[in-house]
Design a protein around this ligand. Sequence first.
Ligand code: PHE
Length: 349
Amino acid sequence: MSSLPIDELIELKQLALNALEQAQTLDALTEVEREYLGKKGSIRSQMRRLGKLDPSQRPIFGKTVNEVAQEVEKILEASRSQLKEAERAEALKAPHFDPTLPGMKAQSGALHPLTLIDWRLDEIFRSMGFYVLDYPEVDSEYYNFEGLNIPADHPARDMQDTFWLTNGKLLRTHTSAGQVRTMQTFKPPFKAIFPGRVFRYESTDASHDHTFHQVEGIYIAKEVSVAHLISSMKTLLSEVFGREVKVRLRPGYFPFVEPGFELDISCLVCGGSGCSVCKQSGWVELLPCGLIHPNVLRAGGLDPDEWQGWAFGLGMSRLVMMRYQIEDIRHLLGGDIRFWSQFTGTGLE
Ligand code: PHE
């Protein structure tokens, strides 16, 4: 019995829908799709019959083929998204925890030892009544040199090779660049520290880097004494190290102090027997200091007959090295996370 072509299409559609109903997996659906809707699939290939049909039947037949294909496709897509959803729900039910996988370590950050020491110093000096100040790293020749009694032709300029900027400014070679600024800003008497990065244009070795950290300290009052300076420094050092540290005082020359001193501490990396940090001497230069030169007081707008001051320039990088027994200053700013993540939990945070 030969049925009408349209009826055959309806039958074909029914077959496709039955097949879709049977398909219970995504793979099975794809198979049905290929079989019925693919280029050579049984629905699309109906188009090839067009030529053999009576011309009056052609438009309606063509239209029906397309409608059947669209309908089957719509149902197929609906089942496909249902199956996908079900597959995902099934996967989520499965146990997530695989005890055979290696554990994932939580990554936690760490404070740099310079930060730890910086915070500690801030705390110690605040408790002694000091302001904690911050000054620019790019500064003028005036504040870094001239205001500190170091004119352009002064041989002391050779002690601090400098990075110059094209605009005539420089990278400060020491935190002393803040001294005159403090005197111009605060009404004496006052005490202040200003920690920060400083820069020297010089070659590096285990105890020198082109960038390092200092803390400047300054005390201005009607009357100050070297004894007060030394006792403040001793308090500071024993607070930082948590014990008495052996120190020695030598005369030291800096144009902005008179008299000037070098306060050395016994090398804590080698215990005084000699190593690369102390250049085999057993002592480390840590704390140059002295009484502020009258010319510097004048530069700060203070009358040297009325006001006196002391100042120190603590080598914070050196202090960190002593505190943590680090044998090469270049580790500090070398950027190796393995280096500085070792220091949390050392009692300073
Ligand atoms: N600014 C000096 C330096 O970096 C150190 C210093 C500071 C000396 C304060 C005396 C007083 O070498």
